[in-house]
Design a protein. Structure first.
Length: 94
């Protein structure tokens, strides 16, 4: 299998974006990019400012949190598990 040069990065660097996250090999960390942080915070603001939280809000929050779990660590799985339980218990339409 030969990788195309358009997909290769031939310049060495300490940080690269991989699967939507910034991988910093110098610090040994996975970082959430600023754009992704802003998107998540705007969704949280939308939920907090609404009069009621609908069943549609929870899966969106859960999915965004799960996508950041590489950077936030194992505690994220615990929070996501509780959110998924809440979603399963509330299967009624809005």
């Amino acid at each position: 299998m030969i990788a195309g040069l358009s997909k290769c990065d031939l310049e060495p660097a300490h940080s690269k974006q991989y699967l939507g996250m910034m991988v910093d090999t110098h610090l040994g960390r996975m970082l959430v990019p600023t754009k992704k942080q802003h998107a998540f915070l705007s969704l949280v603001e939308e939920v907090l400012c609404s009069r009621r939280v609908t069943v549609r809000h929870l899966p969106r929050l859960t999915a965004q949190r799960a996508s950041m779990s590489w950077a936030t660590g194992p505690v994220e799985r615990l929070y996501t598990r509780y959110q998924n339980q809440a979603i399963r218990q509330r299967k009624c339409p809005d």
